[in-house]
Design a protein around this ligand. Structure first.
Ligand SMILES: Cc1ncc(COP(=O)(O)O)c(C=O)c1O
Length: 421
């Protein structure tokens, strides 16, 4: 049986508890939206200010050489590689997740279209919209079909044999479902897809930084910098390619910084080998500096057990939330739509409500508990193990109970839709 005191005790003995000091969190706010925008690391403001004042402000354009700005996409990529279990030199930071999806899907299709039977891209109907839009555009550009499948909402172990066959060129999936928080097993699905001759592309937007990924036989992966990697609003994204494709793959957006020798200024494009060729234009240095500070907050867990310890705490937090919220479900028409089995759950818990969840989320935000809403009816709560305390989970559920018991969420002001939900 949990109590507020027992939650506080868990915080005192939590080996990761000190990592919270790496963040600047507003007093009185319980932040459960790091799955959407990670909070500001303490180190970021000074790091960005220093690059602005001392590098850009003083060293001007010489900074590209003096401060090795051109290598930042790879340097930060190597740090993200430590977070997601990839090797050095396998990741580059560039562009947005959407653009990287376009690049890797086009590349994967080009590799597998050598087999004329492979005429489709397969994805999940409930995948994040940008994944589906980009997949549809890549399918159209290549004369392929986009086939959407419905996977079991509760099962993390999806037999790839059920979704791919010898028509499949590429299987595109997101490891943690943005609505339900369901987590897929990349290692087993990718191995089975590979055995069936399909290439796999993974979107790690909601898993990088909070769960061991297990890339295994996967072919390509992309992910966001601004969610659990705490890189700041609009942080650049990352892209990974299995080293077996390093010499064969060329992505389709040929920009000068994906060229083998950009400062030759030659007329013809020669792709840089490996993942470096997934760069297109000039890297956003200030955003990369902020992203590096964010990734460093995750790497700060390395001496404390790293991703294994972060994952263990994430599971404890989400399990506690589910356990505490369950009595409210019975009394107030709430439903937990996230898998109960922690092995199939990312670092978020999602609820629906019989009368819609939007107003409940808004009422909670007014009470200092920040989650978010995803249409049509999902309230999402993300639990970053870097800074969320067990007592935060207790207090968040207590405030949710108040919002429901008093019926205050029914006030019309909470129904007013904002542009970003
Ligand atoms: C699963 C997933 N993929 C991609 C994105 C967004 O990609 P982009 O960085 O291009 O905006 C999101 C944004 O929330 C997401 O949840």
């Amino acid at each position: 049986m949990h109590s507020r005191d027992s939650c506080q005790d868990s915080d005192v003995t939590d080996p990761l508890g000190g990592l919270r000091d790496l963040f600047r969190l507003p007093r009185g706010v319980i932040y459960l939206d790091g799955n959407s925008l990670g909070p500001l690391p303490v180190a970021t403001s000074d790091a960005v200010a220093q690059v602005v004042d001392e590098q850009w402000g003083h060293d001007l354009i010489t900074s590209w050489n003096v401060h090795d700005w051109l290598r930042l996409p790879q340097r930060v990529g190597d740090k993200i590689a430590r977070v997601i279990g990839a090797g050095p030199g396998e990741i580059v930071v560039a562009d947005s997740t959407s653009i990287n999806l376009y690049k890797v899907l086009m590349t994967a299709v080009a590799i597998n279209r050598r087999d004329a039977r492979r005429t489709e891209i397969v994805s999940e109907r409930s995948n994040f919209p940008t994944d589906l839009y980009i997949a549809a555009s890549v399918a159209a550009a290549n004369g392929l079909t986009l086939r959407l499948v419905d996977l079991d909402r509760d099962a993390g172990l999806v037999p790839a044999a059920d979704v791919v066959d010898d028509r499949t060129a590429v299987l595109l999936l997101t490891q943690v479902d943005y609505r339900t928080g369901r987590l897929l097993d990349i290692t087993s699905i990718s191995a089975e897809a590979r055995a069936a001759g399909a290439l796999t592309v993974w979107d790690l937007a909601h898993s990088a930084g909070v769960a061991p990924i297990g890339l295994g036989e996967a072919d390509f992966a992309v992910g966001c910098g601004y969610k659990f990697l705490n890189g700041g609003p609009g942080a650049p994204a990352f892209v990974w390619m299995h080293p077996r494709h390093a010499s064969a793959a060329t992505q389709p957006l040929h920009g000068w910084l994906g060229h083998e020798a950009p400062f030759e200024f030659s007329t013809d494009y020669r792709p840089a080998p490996g993942i470096a060729g997934f760069q297109v234009g000039t890297p956003p240095i200030l955003s990369l500096v902020a992203l590096e500070c964010g990734v460093d907050t995750v790497l700060a867990a390395e001496p404390l057990g790293g991703l294994t310890a972060l994952r263990a705490k994430s599971i404890s937090l989400t399990s506690l939330f589910i356990e505490l919220v369950e009595p409210l479900c019975v009394d107030h028409g709430l439903h937990v739509i996230t898998p109960r089995d922690p092995a199939h759950r990312g670092s978020q818990v999602s609820l629906t409500h019989d009368e819609g969840a939007y107003a409940i989320v808004q009422a909670l935000i007014e009470r200092g508990v920040i989650g978010d809403f995803r249409a049509p009816d999902v309230a999402r709560f993300g639990f970053s193990p870097l800074y969320t305390r067990f007592v935060d989970v207790w207090d968040a559920v207590a405030r949710l109970a108040d919002v429901l018991d008093t019926g205050e969420w029914r006030d019309p002001r909470f129904a007013v839709r904002t542009a970003v939900t």
